[in-house]
Ligand binder design. Structure first.
Ligand SMILES: [Zn+2]
Length: 84
């Protein structure tokens, strides 16, 4: 009984290891990996650009104000809008 359990666990580990190796080879050596990295770069730059207020400069994501419409605003712009 113990042998069967150990064999099952080892088979599952083998499947996971082969899958991980396949994924790593796919990411590192194929155009798919390049495409995924480029998409990741675009998302990172878009996120960084969304944190920069054109008037007040870069902000931390924790400082931003989310409006009821779902739009995110820098806190200084929100104060200026609120106070007129
Ligand atoms: Zn601002």
């Amino acid at each position: 009984m113990t042998t069967i359990i150990i064999e099952g666990v080892l088979f599952a580990a083998l499947v996971v290891a082969v899958g991980t190796l396949f994924y790593l080879v796919l990411i590192a050596f194929t155009p798919v990996g390049v495409r995924l990295r480029q998409t990741k770069n675009r998302r990172r730059i878009d996120r960084a650009a969304a944190l920069v207020c054109p008037i007040h400069g870069p902000r931390e994501s924790n400082d931003l104000v989310r409006l009821a419409s779902g739009e995110v605003l820098c806190p200084d712009c929100y104060k200026e809008t609120l106070n007129g």
